[in-house]
Design a binder for this molecule. Structure first.
Ligand code: SF4
Length: 316
């Protein structure tokens, strides 16, 4: 029987029997406008016409109205079903029904060209069912975009490739994305309950290794707050990221997609985000985005330009 991914119990079968976590009312500072308008519709139509999946829709991102009205959508390659079961994430989980689509890199490149993007963010589901975790598919997508839109800067947000031979990372780095992003998502103490299929130090090492393979490649990572972490653990994550030479840090508020997902522990006040931003710059990050609505790809193009200028200024 075909799964209907719009039905929560079929979208997240592993979460169906969990007890409900009540979803607290959002504070004023994270209210967003409903998506609408011409720009939003144009972006939506280009995604549909090219048969592309976006993390904006699949993850239920609150910024979709703002981003899509400016033509900024984050494409999610390798299908819409993820082989992990992170407790914060709204992407459908389970065994992916299909193999990788060899035409997808071309369709992504076509959409990027049609949208006329200066900067594109490409992410994916985890594909632990594939030997290289989709590393070659990422590389092909980067090359296809580069070929059709040579002036577009490319940011990738990858899985951790934890079950693969370590050499698959080289396949992705050799395709030369401008920014290599992999999110740590939370503090190490919360991994067993938030990101059970992943390992904190593996993810950190992955980013460090990217920098070793190509010292000029920008690296980026992010965490969510409001999952139950304390300030000291967040500061330690910043230290760990700097030790791995990560350039760009994002911190955003965790929002609970459904009652079956990880509970929101609290809504972090904008002043606390401002304090995190200040602390992070003090630790040497080239670029920091820390606001309640920050997501990895939120304002990614503008932030990339600022990060590049910050590096040039530092080198000068
Ligand atoms: S912040 Fe990222 S995921 Fe959210 S709508 Fe914007 S581009 Fe999409």
């Amino acid at each position: 029987m075909m799964r209907d991914l719009k039905i929560p119990a079929q979208r997240h079968p592993e979460k169906a029997r969990r007890q409900d976590n009540p979803q607290p009312k959002k504070p004023d500072w994270i209210r967003v406008k409903a998506p609408s308008g011409k720009g939003y519709e144009t972006t939506r139509d280009i995604m549909r016409d090219n048969g592309l999946v976006t993390v904006c829709e699949e993850a239920g991102c609150p910024n979709v109205g703002e981003c899509w009205s400016q033509g900024h959508a984050t494409m999610m390659i390798m299908g819409e079903v993820c082989t992990r079961a992170c407790t914060f994430c709204n992407i459908a989980t389970g065994k992916p029904p299909e193999d990788l689509d060899a035409f997808e890199p071309g369709r992504v490149a076509h959409a990027v060209e049609k949208l006329g993007l200066n900067h594109v963010v490409i992410t994916s589901v985890d594909r632990d069912d594939i030997t290289d975790g989709g590393a070659d598919h990422f590389a092909q997508t980067i090359r296809a975009v580069r070929h059709r839109s040579p002036d577009t800067t490319i940011e990738i947000l990858t899985p951790d490739f934890i079950k693969c031979d370590p050499s698959v990372l080289e396949t992705v780095v050799e395709a030369r994305p401008d920014v290599f992003n992999h999110n740590l998502e939370t503090v190490p103490g919360l991994y067993p309950e938030v990101r059970p299929g992943a390992r904190y130090f593996h993810s950190l090492r992955l980013l460090q290794r990217v920098k070793e393979l190509d010292p000029m490649m920008f690296t980026k990572s992010g965490i969510m707050v409001g999952l139950g972490e304390d300030r000291q653990s967040v500061m330690q994550v910043m230290e760990d990221m700097r030790a791995a030479d990560i350039d760009f840090l994002t911190i955003g508020q965790y929002l609970q997609p459904t009652p079956k997902h990880h509970a929101v522990d609290r809504f972090v006040h904008p002043d606390e985000f401002a304090a995190y931003e200040k602390a992070a710059y003090g630790k040497g990050f080239l670029m920091v985005s820390a606001t309640p609505l920050t997501r990895s790809s939120y304002h990614a193009g503008d932030d990339f330009a600022r990060m590049r200028s910050a590096r040039q200024a530092k080198m000068a």
